[in-house]
Design a protein around this ligand. Structure first.
Ligand code: 9D3
Length: 259
């Protein structure tokens, strides 16, 4: 069982996780647990204020320390009551280290994780210094707050829990685990407005199908994510026949560029 404690002023957003698909099923099967904590519940003023203007001026509001610490103290207490080992406290933030599969695998080793979702322009730096173990970004683009990034992280962690995915679509088979992008996929009909399914997939020759899929994955990765080909080389994930195929593919792309 993996327990997530998430601090958010928008707890209703997490129905995306609790009400749909693989994550919903995992929570119902008690493979994972999600507890939501609203900083507004840890305010003392009648307006339940969680943000204020930035010292030094500038646009946008800053999340106040006290409501965040109040929520975090309540989590720590609840985690202790349940005799769980407290895992890291992570702030979802554009300033954080970039999430990747290696970090997802590492975080999967914890039985409890606390996620803090920022809103407004920023979180008071004193909360980060006092209570946050590390900051985590989902990528170099801007979204409106930490909630959707937190949900993405939890989705990624939940699908790794043994027994959450069926044997058929096990987490081991996921792209980024074999280090390459996925090959193209097709389903019925064979002919959709004269766009045809590749013949090799209809022939029933399983060794040929496996080779074709591997080559398609190599082509897609070389074209769109050459950095992943480099990484696969470093990790010795590529066979001599993979290397031979890539050499021919590169040779042909050079020729096509010249003509
Ligand atoms: C003007 C400076 N901006 C920071 C780069 C302002 C700002 C943008 C977005 C302040 C907060 C946010 C809210 N984003 C997140 O909390 C966030 C996020 C993101 O925007 N992109 C990728 N990953 C993440 S994790 C949390």
């Amino acid at each position: 069982m993996m327990r997530f404690d998430t601090i958010t002023i928008f707890p209703e957003m997490f129905s995306a996780l609790t009400e749909f698909g693989v994550t919903s099923r995992a929570l119902k099967m008690q493979k994972a647990q999600l507890s939501l904590w609203n900083p507004r519940d840890y305010t003392t003023d009648t307006r339940r204020t969680v943000d204020d203007r930035a010292y030094g001026g500038g646009p946008g509001m800053v999340m106040m320390v006290a409501p965040l610490e109040g929520a975090l103290d309540a989590i720590k207490q609840d985690v202790a009551v349940h005799h769980l080992i407290a895992g890291p406290t992570i702030l979802l933030s554009p300033q954080g280290r970039l999430l990747n599969q290696a970090l997802v695998d590492e975080l999967g080793g914890h039985s409890q994780i606390t996620l803090v979702c920022g809103r407004y322009e920023a979180v008071d730096q004193r909360f980060i210094e006092r209570r946050v173990d590390f900051e985590l970004s989902l990528g170099d683009f801007v979204v409106s707050g930490g909630e959707i990034p937190a949900m993405m992280l939890m989705d990624s962690l939940i699908r790794q829990i043994p027994g959450v995915l069926g044997d058929e679509q096990s987490a081991e088979q996921d792209s980024f685990k074999n280090g390459l992008l996925d090959c193209p996929h097709y389903t019925r009909p064979e002919n959709y407005e004269n766009f045809f399914v590749p013949d090799v997939l209809l022939g029933g020759h399983h060794a040929k199908i496996t080779d074709w899929r591997r080559q398609q994955a190599l082509m897609a990765t070389q074209t769109r994510r050459p950095d992943l080909i480099e990484k696969a080389r470093r990790n010795q994930w590529l066979s001599p026949s993979d290397e031979e195929f890539l050499r021919e593919f590169e040779e042909n792309s050079v020729k096509n560029k010249l003509s």
